[in-house]
Design a protein around this ligand. Structure first.
Ligand SMILES: [Zn+2]
Length: 86
């Protein structure tokens, strides 16, 4: 009995925030070197409901890919594939 309670407390200590997941960079996972501005389905994942670019703190993208992504989104906006505002 005692042993079980001990392991339970340990588990609760480790899982302080059950909602927080470990974030990973989507483009590093896909090993993408270049982000295509024509691929709007992927770009729309990283756009908020007001069609703003989601900060990397929320999306979990690394800074290298965030820079490329923002450039791709801005290009797509200019070409009329994505909206500037909603
Ligand atoms: Zn990355």
């Amino acid at each position: 009995m005692r042993k079980n309670t001990k392991t339970n407390t340990r588990n609760t200590r480790n899982n302080k925030n059950p909602l927080s997941k470990k974030k990973y960079c989507y483009f590093c996972f896909k090993k993408a070197d270049y982000i295509d501005f024509k691929d709007t389905q992927i770009l729309q994942r990283f756009i908020s409901s007001y069609s703003k670019i989601v900060p990397k703190k929320r999306s979990g993208i690394c800074s290298k890919h965030q820079r490329k992504l923002s450039k791709a989104i801005k290009r797509a906006r200019f070409m009329g594939l994505l909206p500037y505002t909603k």
